[in-house]
Design a protein around this ligand. Structure first.
Ligand code: AMP
Length: 593
């Protein structure tokens, strides 16, 4: 086995670290930088560029440069979330066969997993170069507010990059691990994480070596790029006023203005006023060449973006309430993510919490350090910090009811891991299959939530309606990833369950091979099935499925199941032991005939 690193796979930048001699060591890049831009591009000669070299040529090659793609990972092309942001991207997005988002670059179509895998591979290669050893394992961080499909997609990306993904870890939790390193603590902390593309807030209790997340929430469409966007729109409007030229149709110009906006935004964290100057950005009808020049003050930036900061504070307020806490219960408010450096963020946090935020973690480094601590802990006996990590589900998971509302199986902030069983009953005579749609989100209406997958339980016994009961066990692991199995309650036989169309998101390629149809009478013993299976194994199309699928939400009955986490906390074991115990537990559960 090679070495294990921790990777902070960010929307704008990524970083990696490893624990050596009980201390984190960063994988470094050109000029000793600790981060690499999360950018992928193909140049005019067909070369694939990653990181700094991809970012450098972005303005000249905007249509073939993929930045901020983490915002698209694990999303349905037609989802509400996607419809809101499609027009913001300078590269071409296309819809995949399974309604996943694909990216077209110079005629080649890539899945989001492939783009992330390219960045992860670059990090793996660089780490191997610097550590002079094979690196084949990693803990990869994700926003706490990522849903099941997004988490599964990041796992797939890691695998495509040749990494064994030891764990997908929530970014705020990783930051808390970094904060706890070398400290003996007994406090409730809030981690405010405003990065390039996402915002997360988690309330975490740290009791010596136990890190217990109490509540979490966020916004996967709120981050530094939104601040850049506001300033960019302001610059474009100014240029339009001055020259009458609308630059918003020129991809290359937009990319240059976006870069200048980000530079100005970052500068305004340190100075009260800055000057934007983009030479020769456009030529008018008379052939006159125009520069874009403008002075921007911090005050103006704050006016343009203050509502974005307010949105994050409103989420903090809500998540604090969900933790049954007030600001007085929070010992420290830790700020992570590059955008949290903005003075207005610090000021508004200070007003909210009643004191200055903590300076005890580095906003750009804490997440990668936490991931490396976790990686080290998972691969070495009694790692640097032999801790227990208890996380929660960021958004409710449920199934649709006939009236379009969601029947919640697992509630938001529900401790992980956990499992539930539900009994589904046939509603027609001789019904051979039952369909179940699974959603994740905060709305009580399924249409406003993300469709995680559509499961079809097929090959049911022929029997009068109501006679066949399928007992489905849903289990969410400690990473928040949902798996399920189904069995006929009368015969005890496992029932074949297939994920059908639209809910996949974890594709390994744009045109995955079709799965062979099963021969009649072939024994079907499905293993517990990740909700977001790799596309190679979920390529059934609707017409291949039985005709008599019951598309109505099935009748469900609940079975009482003990809370797994209560047992975990009671036994107070290290994660490896706990995970091993859970695996043994589930193997026992699903091994039963
Ligand atoms: P991260 O994903 O944590 O690397 O955060 C990247 C985001 O932080 C980008 O949108 C950057 O523009 C932004 N950022 C980095 N440094 C600063 C700064 N000093 N002030 C404001 N935003 C910053």
């Amino acid at each position: 086995m090679g070495k294990a690193i921790g990777i902070d796979l960010g929307t704008t930048n990524s970083a990696a670290a490893i624990i050596e001699d009980k201390k984190p060591r960063f994988i470094t890049w050109e000029n000793g930088q600790k981060t690499i831009p999360s950018v992928f591009a193909i140049d005019s000669k067909g070369n694939r560029l990653i990181g700094e070299e991809a970012k450098r040529q972005a303005a000249q090659n905007a249509g073939a440069t993929v930045a901020a793609s983490k915002r698209l990972i694990g999303r349905n092309y037609g989802s509400n979330a996607m419809n809101k942001v499609k027009q913001v991207f300078t590269y071409e997005l296309v819809e995949g066969e399974s309604s996943e988002v694909l990216i077209k670059v110079k005629g080649q179509v890539f899945t989001l997993e492939q783009i992330s895998a390219a960045i992860l591979s670059r990090i793996k290669d660089r780490a191997e170069e610097q550590l002079d050893d094979e690196v084949d394992q990693a803990v990869i961080t994700v926003p706490a507010y990522f849903n099941d499909r997004q988490r599964q997609a990041v796992r797939s990306a890691g695998k495509l990059a040749g990494l064994k993904v030891l764990r997908v870890l929530n970014e705020p939790t990783a930051a808390a691990l970094a904060y706890g390193l070398g400290r003996t603590l007994n406090q409730r902390v809030a981690i405010y994480d405003l990065g390039g593309g996402t915002f997360d807030i988690s309330i975490i209790d740290i009791k010596e070596k136990i890190f217990e997340v109490i509540s979490t929430g966020g916004d996967t469409f709120l981050g530094g790029v939104d601040f850049d966007d506001r300033l960019m729109q302001h610059l474009l409007a100014h240029f339009h006023d001055e020259t009458g030229i609308d630059l918003s149709y020129d991809r290359s110009a937009v990319a240059r203005v976006r870069d200048a906006a980000e530079d100005a935004k970052i500068a305004l964290s340190d100075v009260a006023e800055t000057h934007v100057s983009i030479p020769e950005i456009a030529t008018d009808e008379d052939g006159a060449v125009h520069d874009l020049t403008m002075t921007i003050t911090r005050r103006e930036l704050e006016q343009l973006t203050g509502d974005l900061v307010d949105r994050s504070i409103a989420t903090c307020q809500r998540i604090l309430q969900e933790a049954n806490s007030t600001t007085a219960d929070i010992s420290e408010m830790l700020l992570v993510g590059g955008q949290s450096r903005m003075p207005l963020v610090r000021e508004k946090i200070k007003n909210f919490i009643g004191r200055a935020p903590s300076e005890k973690v580095h906003p750009d480094e804490a997440v990668a350090i936490g991931a490396s601590i976790m990686a080290h802990s998972l691969v070495s006996k009694g790692g640097v910090q032999d801790m227990t990590l208890l996380d929660v589900l960021p958004m409710a998971i449920g199934i649709n009811k006939t009236d379009g509302t969601m029947h919640v199986l697992f509630a938001k902030n529900q401790p992980l891991p956990d499992y539930k069983t539900r009994s589904l009953t046939t509603s027609k005579d001789n019904q051979r299959s039952i369909m179940l749609r699974i959603y994740q989100g905060e709305s009580q209406y399924v249409a406003e939530n993300e469709l995680l997958g559509t499961f079809v339980f097929s090959g049911l016994r022929q029997a009068p309606k109501g006679d066949v009961k399928v007992e489905v066990t849903f289990h969410i692991d400690s990473e928040g990833i949902l798996n399920l199995t189904a069995r006929d309650s009368t015969t005890g036989q496992l029932v074949e369950s297939r994920l059908k169309l639209g809910g996949e998101g974890a594709g390994t390629g744009p045109n995955p091979p079709k799965r062979k149809k099963k021969k009649k009478g072939q024994d079907v013993k499905p293993p517990p099935m990740p909700l977001t299976m790799p596309a190679t194994s979920i390529t059934e199309t609707a017409d291949e499925l039985d005709d008599d699928i019951d598309d109505e939400p099935p009748h469900t009955e609940e079975a009482a199941i003990p809370n797994l986490r209560q047992n975990l906390v009671k036994h107070d074991e290290a994660p490896k032991g706990l995970f091993a115990k859970l695996i043994a537990f589930f193997s026992g559960l699903f091994g039963k005939k």
